[in-house]
Write a protein that binds this ligand. Structure first.
Ligand code: C6P
Length: 404
């Protein structure tokens, strides 16, 4: 596969200039861009059939409810879940993880253990830390190697009958490591632990099959899979979701209310209190249609090729170091110069029209592990090209020149 000009044309923003230079967008791990089909789906909803969902008997409400529920059905089919009841709309991966921590977390008892890896995004650490503090649970860290891979032997040793939940990222946002989650899920299940996968960085790069993975929960982020911001989803096995208390209380999540008692709604609505982000859900449905038309076998090869090219070119720049060397990598490469702050790198390459992210990437434990305060990170999508990498490399050479 080549990132054809047609693929790029699907994403109108890629045509624009930044600082009088053609935009080179290499910040896809922070947020991917939207194809025209997603922009049009949202705009069509706003212009032609906006109305609240699940409430009215009028035509507009019927249209918006149908579109809303059809997005749920698209996600269910796309990730191969068993039922729409297993798909809960959320604000993003962070809220998806928080639902599990706040609700499922209530079943844990003092002394129980929750395991998270050292390469997690803060969104898959802090909710667990919070529930551990509140309920006197133990938070156990699964260590990583210098290459940036989970040490599987250590993971196996740490698992025990007190382990109640394992939270792991599918793909690391700071290192790009693809974790062997299927194997880890199986090992955790053997000890009776439940597993939540943070899929924020995976969904735009690979096809996900929750039934094949056998994960208990899978957190998704819309804006990292070509959909709008402020929308995401949580997949959960129905038997687990069924036994969990609601996360928020109010409209939509009830069947009936009186001053003596409230009866909660059935799944998935029990976890969707209040008027939802309807346009976001419709945009997410359109993003799933877009993903359905991609060939992920080709995309994986194409992106790996781009990442190898990027890594080769980066290593030709003297004084530049790549952080982490995972064997299975997707999406991102983090790097730094010994004597140049990451933010200076980001600011200078921006002048050349190149968007990358700099900082701790909301993964401070990884920064601590590598003893750095910040890195620069280039993150790709299938619409990036070798030319994008060449422009970044040229810009990085300018950074070096300025600081030499
Ligand atoms: N990472 C990045 O630049 P939300 O935005 O809530 O849907 O996703 C949060 C999140 C959770 N897990 C992982 C692995 C992530 O990478 C992110 C978001 C962005 O790396 C913004 S910090």
């Amino acid at each position: 596969m080549n990132s054809s000009s047609q693929t790029r044309k699907d994403f109108p923003i890629l045509e624009r200039n930044i600082n009088n230079k053609p935009l080179v967008y290499l910040d896809n791990a922070a947020s991917t861009q939207r194809p025209l089909s997603v922009i049009n789906a949202v705009s069509n909803y706003e212009m032609n059939y906006h109305s609240n969902v699940h409430r009215g008997v009028h035509k507009l409400s019927e249209l918006s409810t149908n579109a809303f529920e059809s997005s749920r059905n698209k996600i269910k089919n796309y990730i191969n879940a068993e039922s729409e009841r297993e798909i809960i709309f959320t604000r993003g991966a962070t809220e998806s993880i928080n639902i599990v921590a706040s609700s499922f977390g209530q079943s844990f008892k003092s002394g129980d253990e929750i395991m998270v890896s050292q390469m997690e995004h803060h969104s898959n650490i802090v909710p667990w830390q919070n529930i551990c503090k509140k309920n006197n649970l133990k938070l156990i860290m699964i260590p990583i190697s210098k290459d940036g891979e989970i040490i599987l032997d250590e993971f196996a040793k740490l698992l025990n009958s007190n382990t109640k939940l394992v939270a792991i990222t599918h793909v690391s946002n700071a290192l790009g490591t693809i974790n062997p989650i299927k194997k880890m899920i199986h090992q955790a299940h053997e000890k009776g632990a439940v597993v939540i996968i943070d899929g924020a960085q995976a969904m735009s790069h690979m096809k996900i099959d929750v039934t094949e993975l056998d994960c208990d929960f899978y957190a998704m982020s819309g804006h990292k899979m070509f959909a709008p911001t402020g929308i995401g989803a949580l997949y959960g096995k129905e038997k687990l979701l069924d036994g969990m208390p609601p996360y928020q209380f109010g409209g939509e999540m009830i069947l009936s209310v009186n001053f003596k008692e409230t009866i909660y709604n059935e799944l998935p609505y029990k976890f969707e209190a209040g008027t939802p982000n309807i346009s976001g859900v419709i945009g997410l449905g359109a993003a799933i249609d877009y993903l359905n038309n991609l060939n992920f076998d080709d995309i994986k090869k194409y992106e790996l090729n781009l990442l190898n090219y990027l890594s080769e070119k980066l290593l030709q720049i003297s004084g530049l170091k790549i952080i982490g060397k995972p064997k299975n990598r997707s999406g991102v490469i983090s790097f730094m110069f010994d004597n140049i702050h990451a933010h200076d790198i980001g600011t200078i390459v921006d002048k050349e029209g190149v968007a990358i992210r700099t900082g701790h990437h909301c993964a401070q434990p990884i920064m601590d592990f590598y003893e750095v305060s910040a890195t620069a990170r280039a993150s790709i999508a299938h619409y990036n090209t070798k030319n994008d990498i060449d422009v970044l490399i040229e810009a990085l050479n300018k950074v070096k020149e300025i600081f030499s």
